[in-house]
Design a protein around this ligand. Structure first.
Ligand code: ZN
Length: 172
């Protein structure tokens, strides 16, 4: 089921998400919904708070996959960065922050530990775009957004503009 993507400045995007205690069918259903929502939105990653669920679940697919072909889809529960190295700069966008791209510096390479959808512990190393996407999604679990990295003035202007758009849903 495609879920509605929560947009900034909604509070759920700005709080620390809870760890998953047990990987249940509910969690697997949430992951399926997140995948459907991410592919429909042409995203390369999605975190559970972006569909309004404040739990530590993320998905990432940088392979250009689709709902029918999910070979590159990574599903990570309670992901943790164990090690990071190198530096990479990238213009990042976010499905929860429409019409904004922010220049971000991140680790080029990360080692991540997480639970898979069967509750088994996994570790993997990622670099380049995959590393960036994983770090972006883990930031969501900690209530951090790309817009936190722009000036306060620019952020306030953005909030005012979005509010205007929301008040006037019909645009010409
Ligand atoms: Zn995002």
């Amino acid at each position: 089921m495609i879920r509605k993507i929560v947009k900034y400045p909604s509070p759920v995007l700005q709080k620390v998400a809870q760890p998953v205690e047990k990987v249940t069918d509910d969690i697997r259903r949430l992951i399926d919904d997140m995948a459907e929502t991410m592919y429909a939105g042409d995203g390369v990653g999605l975190a559970a708070p972006q569909v309004g669920e404040s739990v530590r679940v993320i998905i990432v697919d940088v392979s250009g996959g689709s709902l029918s072909e999910q070979e590159g889809l990574l599903k990570m529960i309670n992901p943790e960065v164990l090690e990071g190295s190198g530096e990479i700069e990238f213009e990042e966008g976010c499905l929860s922050v429409d019409d904004m791209r922010v220049h971000m510096k991140r680790n080029e390479k990360v080692k991540v530990r997480y639970l898979d959808e069967n509750g088994a512990q996994q570790e993997m190393e990622a670099n380049d775009l995959l590393s960036v996407a994983i770090q972006h999604e883990i930031d969501h679990l900690d209530g951090k957004l790309i817009i936190d990295n722009v000036s306060r003035l620019k952020r306030d202007m953005y909030i005012r503009k979005r509010k205007r758009l929301d008040d006037n849903p019909v645009a010409f």
